[in-house]
Design a protein around this ligand. Structure first.
Ligand code: SF4
Length: 707
């Protein structure tokens, strides 16, 4: 028999925001190994343990390859056209009977890593013209986008730390050693953080847990969950009081208003609320203001809390006030080869906030989407506009959204649900039809979204590693087939097939090529194909004021929405903090939300879905290390093994999210053997940031007791 020689191809890892270069060795249709690509100019050979699991995903026997239709609890495989026709017929019937808003859409986090879903996916999903659009945005980053909109004029104009030139990196509510950066595409954070210290700089981490990042920092300060906005106001007050404000060449407005707001929050008032000593608050503010190249980076813990809107605003404002916005080593705007701001409107994205509210809970829309905390109530509540059908794409909201038990009951009550997803997981098991896309290694890849948040300007195109089998369909082909049946093309009669054929021939590559050609670096796909390790397009450059989209071309330091919301913050902290425990999440390098738990190599070893608790809190509750504890809130209760550790702040416990694969009907052999519990089953979905509508996943009270 003829032996096929192993070959190595160079690609970008599509699993997380870091976009590491990978070298995949293949032998025929098998993946032999996945290693770091030493020649990738951005990641320089770094990969995390998840990269090797790409092989597990590709060869996973649980990965669906053909559409399936659910009859009760049984699934039967059907042909693609039968599935497309069924989905189109049911959605059309519901739309005709109940109107556009009766169809809801949920897009999960992997959408941002998926060229097909970023292009043709948007074309399909926005043809539904429904107000019931939902995504993971309102679970993890909406406040950052809101700040970009209100301060810089465009929700996609988020600034990133220029970490490779910074001499002081202040990291608030983030753990980049586990996440490899978020809204900061930066592979190999360990090397980048080490480099700061090697050039004489400092890393300071502020977090309720001494995280992996904090353990390698020069300084770690515990912060009481949910008090980030108070800490930031006190730092801003210090900067004003000590006359350290310098906004440099960046045009700003609202300085006096910000001074007035911050004046009520001196460090001495903030200290008992935040748990950070007043002297530390002032010292940190001074260091930030007087270090020429410094940056304050706030991420997930900053925005997934009751005052996430305020905290995200104040992070940007503090960088601007101390001269670190749009300056090397500070918080900078990127110049990506594909300019998202240019392309997004063409794909149906709109800028806007609170132009309308949800039907039931009166929660504000953002960018045409409603917050996830509105989804269950919009399904459950009868009346005009009630959701009757749901289209999910690359998402598992039953595990990733708060109130998971309530949400799964709501999903089970839908007239129709279709999921574009390769797995029967906690969410898709409730669908009537699942349309599984081809494997990640069978599709092409370009990081249209994540390159826009990279700490260097980079570009890389990855062609498919394997041809997709004839029986499989790419995500974008699935979207196109549904669009032909449901979108404007459906009115063309037989000509619709011709339109679909033309668009299929073009594929997402045509859109990317056009966007690259008209982008700031005037690249082409051809040029990228000739550079398999990717192109380094240079360091971040100052972009202001030209990049601003505000009417007066200034950075708005005190938008009225935020200024008004400070009264809510003051009311919350009018009395001293209570004495109970509060809950925070945590990220693990070997996990990726809910969807990497079917890889044995990633889940092996000690259980990761555990409760971290400070020794004093464990002792006062009679908890022993390794024993089971019961966690209960208004929303429900779960039981988890205890890990006692002084890395936790007193009064705070931590549980990771994305687990809970023990629900009936899930078809993930490895994940169901190591199911864990879903922390979202006990997170109360009614607790939100009232300004932005974002879920308050962090800082909710929890009772912990021995079982
Ligand atoms: S850090 Fe992210 S991009 Fe890099 S190898 Fe790991 S999963 Fe892939």
């Amino acid at each position: 028999m003829l032996r096929v020689m192993a070959t190595t191809v160079y690609r970008a890892c599509p699993l997380c925001e870091a976009t590491c270069g990978i070298a995949i060795t293949i032998d025929g249709d098998r993946v032999v190994s996945v290693r770091g690509d030493d020649a990738d100019p951005f990641s320089r050979g770094y990969v995390c343990p998840k990269a090797a699991a790409l092989a597990d995903l590709h060869h996973d026997p649980d990965r669906l390859q053909r559409p399936v239709v659910r009859d009760g609890s049984a699934w039967r495989t059907v042909e693609w056209d039968e599935a497309f026709d069924l989905v189109a017929r049911r959605l059309r019937e519901i739309r005709v009977a109940h109107g556009n808003d009766a169809i809801a859409v949920y897009q999960g986090n992997p959408t941002a890593h998926n060229l097909g879903l970023m292009t043709y996916g948007q074309i399909l999903l926005r043809t539904f013209r429904t107000r019931n659009m939902y995504s993971a945005t309102s679970l993890d980053q909406l406040p950052h986008m809101l700040a970009a909109l209100l301060m810089f004029g465009n929700q996609l104009l988020m600034a990133v730390p220029d970490i490779d030139r910074s001499d002081l990196f202040v990291c608030l509510g983030a753990n980049p050693l586990a996440s490899n950066g978020s809204i900061m595409t930066a592979p190999d954070m360990r090397r980048r953080l080490r480099a700061i210290r090697e050039r004489g700089g400092r890393v300071v981490v502020i977090d309720p847990r001494r995280t992996e990042t904090a353990a390698r920092a020069d300084r770690h300060l515990f912060l009481r969950p949910g008090t980030d906005a108070v800490l930031l106001l006190a730092m801003i007050e210090t900067v004003f009081a000590e006359r350290l404000v310098k906004t440099g060449r960046v045009p700003v407005s609202g300085v006096d208003e910000l001074r007035r707001v911050a004046a009520d929050w001196p460090a001495e008032r903030a200290a008992p609320i935040t748990g950070v000593a007043a002297a530390d608050i002032r010292e940190l503010a001074r260091a930030l203001a007087t270090t020429p190249r410094a940056v304050l980076y706030g991420r997930i813990g900053v925005c997934t809390q009751e005052f996430g809107g305020l905290a995200a605003w104040l992070c940007y404002a503090l960088n601007a006030l101390t001269g670190h916005l749009d300056e090397p080593g500070g918080l900078m705007f990127t110049t990506p080869a594909l300019d998202l701001l240019q392309v997004a409107p063409l794909l149906g994205y709109t800028n806007g906030f609170a132009r309308w509210t949800s039907r039931v809970g009166r929660k504000p829309e953002f960018g045409g989407e409603l917050p996830m905390t509105a989804l269950a109530e919009e399904i459950e509540t009868p009346g005009a506009g009630q959701i009757r059908a749901l289209v999910t794409s690359a998402g598992n909201p039953v595990l990733s959204a708060p109130g998971g038990r309530r949400l799964e009951r709501a999903l089970a009550s839908l007239d129709f649900m279709v999921s574009i997803d390769p797995y029967i997981n906690a969410t898709t098991r409730l669908a009537h039809v699942i349309l599984p896309p081809a494997s990640l290694l069978e599709r092409s890849h370009y990081d249209a979204a994540l390159n826009a948040f990279a700490v260097r300007n980079i570009a890389k195109y990855s062609p498919p590693t394997f041809e997709r089998p004839a029986h499989a369909r790419h995500d974008w082909e699935i979207c196109l087939a549904l669009w032909r049946r449901l979108g404007p093309a459906s009115k063309l009669g037989p000509a619709a097939r011709l339109v679909e054929r033309v668009l299929r021939k073009l594929g997402p590559e045509a859109i990317i090529d056009l966007a690259l050609r008209t982008g700031p670096h005037r690249l082409t796909l051809r040029r990228l194909r000739a550079a398999p390790h990717g192109l380094d397009l240079g360091p971040l450059e100052p972009r202001l004021p030209g990049r601003l989209d505000t009417p007066d071309a200034t950075v708005h330091l005190a938008p009225r929405e935020y200024v008004a919301d400070v009264a809510r913050l003051a009311a919350r902290h009018a009395s001293p903090p209570g004495g109970g425990l509060v809950l925070i999440g945590r990220r693990d390098l070997r996990s990726n939300n809910s969807w990497m738990h079917n890889s044995q190599r990633l889940v092996k070893g000690p259980p990761r879905c555990t409760l971290l608790i400070h020794p004093d809190d464990a002792a006062s509750r009679g908890l022993a290390d390794g024993a089971l504890a019961r966690l209960s809130t208004r929303a429900g209760a779960i039981e988890l093994p205890v890990e006692i550790t002084d890395t936790m702040m007193r009064g705070v416990v931590s549980v990771p999210h994305g687990w809970g694969h023990g629900r009936s009907g899930i078809r993930l052999q490895v994940a169901t053997a190591t199911p864990g519990q879903s922390v979202n089953d006990i997170i109360d979905p009614s607790v939100i940031d009232e300004l932005s509508g974002t879920s308050a996943l962090t800082g909710q009270p929890v009772d912990v007791a021995a079982t």
